[in-house]
Design a protein around this ligand. Sequence first.
Ligand code: FRU
Length: 473
Amino acid sequence: TVSQDDWRLCYHVTPEANWMNDPNGFCMWNGEYHLFYQHHPYTPEWGPMHWAHVKSKDLVHWERMPIALAPSEWYDKDGCFSGSAIEKDEKLYLFYTGNQWTGPNQDTDLKQVQCIAISEDGIHFEKIKENPVILEVPEGDIHPFHFRDPKVWKKGDVYYCVLGSQTKNRIGQALLYRSSDLFDWEFVNVLAKGQGNQGYMWECPDLFQLDDKALLVMSPQGVHPEGDNYHNLHQSVAVIGHLNEESGKFTSEQWQTLDHGFDYYAPQTLIDDQGRRIVIAWMAMWESEMPEQKREWAGAMTIPRILSMEKEKLKIEPIPELASLRYDPIMYQEITVDQDRQLDGINGDCLEMKVTIAAKEANKFGLNLRMNESGTEYTTLAYDVAEEKILLDRSHSGKGPGGIRKAPLALQNGQLQLHLFIDRSSVEIFMQNGEMVMSARIYPGQGSTGIEFFSDTAIEIVQLEKWSLKQSV
Ligand code: FRU
């Protein structure tokens, strides 16, 4: 059934009602993908955190499951915070942070501990009696209570866990633990620590191998703007480097923003039965207004994306399974655009479009998405040839937060290749075959479904393919 709410996303996971933030426990278990998320089931605002649960056979069609975790014990009385999932002896183990406020000051009277819940059927989860399995913060220059978001994996016979942390004087860092049985955890060391403008807290760390590189994906808080970069208060980055498993030390070679748009936080990855490293993130931002709260829900997941390395660079692409939602294909070739131009059939609020544009002599060209009939509402994606930059502007998008995000992007053979996913209140734009992606929530009015191409001098739409997408969630 199609929802009456015209901001309700069609093929992205959203909460049925009320609040959502970080993806949790993203894993494959018994041949199915499981995804959990931070959820407050009673209001569309953040509150005592639960883990909501959805599952899927194809990462596209999601089935809602009962809530998996709720605050119930002394150690998680104020929230079951973010964490991960792993299989052991055919059972599904959830690792999460138990959050407790120990006094009236929410900033300082805090204790965070690491806990386990186990399921045999993938539906009901039981917190173990040994909880918390990590009760105290290790010794050293480690903040006493910002200690959360366990991500667990197995290599050989050893389980590893990476945790989000900060130093005592507030420099973001990630901690490495290991265990032979998932219950007894030994602190190895500080895996990596920020330098300079790399944030005061590293939330939701994830560590994995991609080709011959180790990637530490995490979400630093409080990175300051530098030129066009870091204009969101909350960032998500991949630190590309090497891991020495003996010493537990990570050497960082490169720091890369995972998404150059507005709304992308707390990404988590899994490796699936095809060996693909898939990432999903919260498509929202702590500091941003969320107009859907007035409609009794808040937050969404991005589409799942595949991470790979190509020539030492991280590539990010949409999962191919999304093609199963396509209908009504429309194709154009060799169209010259020398003024504002709309093309028959190229419009909608739930669609996928691939377009290759030859810049020719143009200096500035691009597209207006989700445009209304009078042309007063639109979201602009513009390419600036002289500056070699892509720009996403939601100043005229409708309701909700505005703003502009820019990022450096080179043309390839004079061309810009775009792969767009538009949903009822979101755009995700993949550029130059996975070189860069920008995501944004937008809140247009009903009927703002136009797509317009523009350019200062003639450009050529070399090839365009567009599909409407079916509802899948
Ligand atoms: C990140 C985060 C996590 C925490 C969770 C609480 O968005 O702050 O560090 O576990 O959200 O909901």
